[in-house]
Design a protein around this ligand. Structure first.
Ligand code: PLP
Length: 450
């Protein structure tokens, strides 16, 4: 009898047998891997048959050809989930990207004068109107806006910050290190829970270049506390001839009455912070604003000019797709089409809406043998390291029966990310889009009772 090893198919023959559902390179690579695996199994005596199914090759090839970065369904209820890409973009923003992406654009070209223009010109007018600032620039993210602002306003000078605001944003973004990186000299004042105007006053020297205030966006200090309001800090700065910068982090563009009417988190708005008179205010494009990843700095003409002409600007400058998406998102604010901004729409969903959506999803899932499908009232978070004390009441479809870990894995393999609580799998409906329902129903109905 011939050895089964000699019966192993040739790579190209097996790849051909897998059909043409995937690119040729993936079919060949899949065939190569499966043949190698089988050869090892035959040699180890754990397999006796050399035949390999074309469908197995097709399946592996499809997996190999799938993009590494792909769409997932966010069933966590965390609206600004940093690991899941933060803000989903509005249709208008996606259309704007599409319009610019495929061709050339006037990114740095002045069509009226027929000469070189600036990429910073495109968003200035909208940002000025929406924030009340004199001028604005956009960079890749708010971390970059903060570094740039500090470098532009206070290189080799002392920067005074409250000890209660020396934050870590996540990963390696820690304010003291960022200050050092920007060649600023950190001067800490006050205590963790209380900082008074006199603390700043006492720390001002001939070398002071900046008064910095950082919004505590990802944690809260409660109890016996006090901090210096932006207006007070700005007044002190003006009196001493020292610039003031405020890192807002999230940066809400909707006014306070609208925040309340929509049930949005109570956040200092960019406009009110600008109105305090600060020289520079920085915030993210993809937190509460609901746009693309970007950092925005708004402020006085002089401060923005220093940031724009700083050498770091070249390293931080945003690309045309970011500018296109941000412009379209800001235009929705200007036109008061807030419901079209997914972040705001998701945060603004009412309890009744969420409960009804959870009920619809549970009904669409229907009866699955071995699975208990129930509705659960849950608490979700805004996310994105934003608004730590805001808790959003939400509704979820709760699955129990098979082990929660097994359900979680099954769903993740299908690109659905939920969360486990009390041995149940929770699918929070706040962050679901209409087209997600069919995918979830399919995946849940495909669960085997464990
Ligand atoms: C989120 C945040 C940042 C960083 O913003 P990214 O856009 O994530 O780079 C900086 N400062 C504060 C206060 C923040 O909340």
């Amino acid at each position: 009898m011939p050895s089964p090893l000699s019966q192993l198919p040739a790579v190209h023959v097996l790849a051909d047998a897998a059909g043409d559902g995937s690119p040729r390179w993936a079919l060949v690579e899949a065939a190569r891997r499966l043949i190698a695996e089988r050869r090892a199994a035959l040699l180890a005596g754990t397999a006796t048959d050399a035949a390999i199914e074309g469908t197995a090759v097709a399946r592996l090839a499809a997996e190999l050809a799938r993009p590494a970065l792909r769409r997932v369904i966010n069933a966590t209820g965390v609206v600004l989930h940093t690991n899941l890409g933060r803000a989903p973009l509005a249709a208008a923003a996606r259309a704007a990207i599409d319009e610019i992406a495929g061709g050339y654009s006037n990114l740095e070209y002045d069509l009226v004068k027929g000469e070189r223009g600036s990429r910073h010109d495109h968003l200035r007018a909208l940002l000025r109107e929406l924030t009340g600032a004199e001028d604005a620039i956009v960079v890749n993210n708010n971390a970059a806006a903060t570094v740039l602002g500090l470098a532009a306003l206070a290189t080799d000078q002392e920067i005074i910050v409250s000890r209660g605001e020396l934050i870590e944003i996540g990963g390696s973004f820690r304010l003291p290190e960022i200050l050092r990186l920007s060649r600023g000299i950190l001067v800490e004042v006050g205590t963790t829970n209380k900082t008074h105007p006199r603390d700043y006053t006492a720390a001002i020297t001939g070398k002071t270049g900046l008064l910095l205030k950082v919004h505590r966006s990802n944690f809260a200090i409660v109890g016996f506390t006090s901090e210096v309001a932006p207006e007070e800090l700005v007044a002190l700065g003006k009196q001493k001839g020292i610039a003031t910068m405020i890192d807002l982090g999230s940066g809400a563009l909707v006014d306070r009455p609208t925040q309340r009417a929509w049930g949005l988190p109570d956040e200092p708005t960019v406009a009110e912070t600008v109105a305090s008179g600060a020289d520079l205010v920085t915030f993210s494009g993809d937190k509460l604003l609901g746009g693309p990843q970007a950092g925005i700095a708004v402020g006085t003409k002089a401060a923005i000019e220093r940031a724009r002409t700083h050498p770091l600007m070249r390293a931080f400058r945003p690309d045309k797709l970011t500018l296109a998406a941000l412009h379209a998102t800001l235009a929705l604010y200007k036109e008061r089409r807030l419901a079209e901004i997914p972040t705001l729409a998701m945060l603004g969903k009412t309890g009744e809406e969420l409960r009804a959506a959870a009920g619809r999803l549970a009904a669409a899932i229907g009866d699955v043998p071995g699975l208990v499908v129930a509705l659960a009232q849950v608490t979700s978070a805004v996310g994105g390291g934003a608004m730590p004390t805001s808790e959003l009441q939400s509704w979820a479809v709760a699955l129990s029966g098979p082990g929660a870990d097994a359900m979680d894995r099954h769903l993740r393999e299908r690109g659905i990310v939920g969360r486990i609580a009390d041995a149940r799998m929770l699918l929070d409906v706040r962050t679901l889009r209409a087209e997600d329902e069919a995918v979830i129903v399919d995946a849940v109905r495909g669960m085997r009772p464990g």
